[in-house]
Design a protein around this ligand. Structure first.
Ligand SMILES: [Zn+2]
Length: 69
């Protein structure tokens, strides 16, 4: 089981790297959520480059975690 655990950790690390790259490439910051049109608070936009409100960003992360290749 140790080998399987290590493999799983490697997969997760790789997915994290891809997620970071994906965000760098794709995100054009907006002041409204591209999913639901809600205003994105200025503090959030300053903290993270994003075009999603907090709720949609959380859903997005969950979806990405479920969508394993
Ligand atoms: Zn939203």
């Amino acid at each position: 089981m140790d080998l399987a655990d290590n493999a799983q950790i490697e997969i997760e690390r790789e997915q994290e790297r891809q997620l970071v790259n994906f965000k760098r490439l794709e995100v054009v910051p907006t002041d409204e959520c591209i999913e639901c049109g809600a205003d994105i608070p200025e503090e959030r936009r300053k903290a993270v480059k994003t075009n999603l409100c907090i709720g949609c960003a959380e859903l997005f992360e969950i979806k990405r975690k479920q969508f394993r290749r």
